[in-house]
Design a protein around this ligand. Structure first.
Ligand code: ADP
Ligand code: MG
Length: 362
């Protein structure tokens, strides 16, 4: 969590209701000055609504917003002056690139002469200096999105809000723009709040990620924290593939979960709080195929190879245990594992500290 002194934006118990539907349900969130915070969650989880509350375009039903310790709940959007970038670029088609970027300055009443220098500088920053005279339709999708970024940043807003700005772009261009937005953030140093439903994008771009579901923040933390130590099953499953292994005679003691699965004793670190029908959760990349039973310090189970799904450098091996639990693990496509015959029974092992305990009921 950000230190109190670093907090730039603070949301306290923000609720937004549409009739009986809570688009946001008591969302409390601190955003540090200069951080790159990503709001991640499935469609309909409340990400856009929260961003619009921050911008001042949606009025919360209840709750409080603060900027630098000052209550801004009632402050209108134009007085907040946050920059915004959306998925659709919303550029003015009849204006040149330079006129689009200059637009907020013109609205603010800045003289033409002063505008020119600022626009040139901004176009330089986003790598569009030679294209100032083009119209938006003469640009690629990535270039149009850069114009939108330049226009949003030209007035030096204290906060830039980005709502799924890259989801219309194809994969390669999206990855390139992710890099560009990250480097823009480093260059400019203002606070970025970025929305996506893509977990890879969230994990690779952000200083912290807030995971939304059903209008609630499920967890907030660094990418490593939320991926390696998910607070609940929703977060664990949303952030990537995960194997869930149910236990008999499960006991939590001394911050460890221990129990039995098909005759094997399995164990994993457990959080302090209570767990309902605890399971052991293991990311596929921690599991490997072994010639024999687990060594000391490892967990292991027996499973039958069901299918192998080729994925370029890595393949996914899908297995099923005797009691029907499905396990998936990552193997290098060019190792010995891919030649493993379907139907063969193998050992799957993983270090005892590489799994974690979760409540089985989500
Ligand atoms: P996300 O951006 O995560 O996809 P939204 O914030 O757009 O989610 O929506 C959250 C929920 O609020 C959804 O169930 C959506 O249908 C509902 N919602 C959003 N805006 C309105 C509105 N103006 N009127 C009624 N329901 C809305
Ligand atoms: Mg949305």
């Amino acid at each position: 969590m950000a230190e109190a002194s670093d907090v730039f934006l603070r949301a306290v118990e923000i609720t937004k209701s549409y009739g009986a539907l809570h688009a946001l349900d008591r969302v409390s969130l601190d955003i540090a000055r200069g951080e790159f915070l990503t709001l991640l969650g499935p469609s309909g989880s409340g990400k856009t609504t929260f961003l619009m509350c921050l911008a001042g375009f949606v009025e919360a039903t209840a709750g409080r917003l603060e900027e630098a310790g000052v209550d801004i709940t009632q402050r209108p959007a134009e007085a907040r002056r946050y920059g915004m970038v959306f998925q659709g670029y919303a550029l003015f088609p009849h204006m040149s690139v330079a006129e689009n970027v200059a637009f907020p300055l013109r609205v603010a009443g800045m003289a033409r002469g002063a505008r020119g220098a600022r626009v040139a500088e901004m176009l330089e920053t986003v790598g569009l200096a030679p294209l100032g005279n083009r119209r938006p339709h003469q640009l690629s999708g990535g270039q149009q999105q850069r114009v939108a970024l330049a226009r949003a940043l030209i007035s030096h807003p204290p906060v830039l809000l980005l709502d799924e700005p890259l989801s219309a772009l194809d994969k390669n261009l999206r990855e390139q723009m992710q890099e560009e937005i990250k480097s823009l953030h480093r260059k400019i140093g203002s606070t970025f709040v970025f929305v996506t439903h893509d977990q890879t994008e969230a994990l690779s771009m952000s200083s912290r990620v807030a995971i939304f579901n059903h209008g609630r923040v499920q967890q907030i933390g660094t990418p490593e924290e939320v991926y390696e130590h998910p607070a609940n099953r929703f977060v664990a499953e949303f952030l990537g593939r995960i194997n869930l292994i149910p236990l008999d005679q499960a006991v939590v003691a001394n911050c460890r979960l221990t129990g039995r699965f098909e005759g094997q004793e399995l164990t994993a670190p457990a959080p302090k709080g209570p767990l309902n029908t605890p399971v052991i959760a293991v990311r596929p990349e921690y599991m490997r195929l072994s010639a024999g039973p687990p060594h000391q310090g490892e967990n292991g189970l027996r499973a039958r190879v069901r299918a192998r799904v080729y994925g370029g450098a890595q393949s996914v091996l899908q297995l099923t245990t005797d009691s029907g639990v499905e396990i998936s693990l990552d193997v290098p496509s060019r190792g010995e594992a891919p030649s493993m015959a379907c139907g063969e029974t193998v050992w799957v092992t993983w270090p005892r500290d590489s799994g974690f305990a979760l409540s089985g009921e989500s």
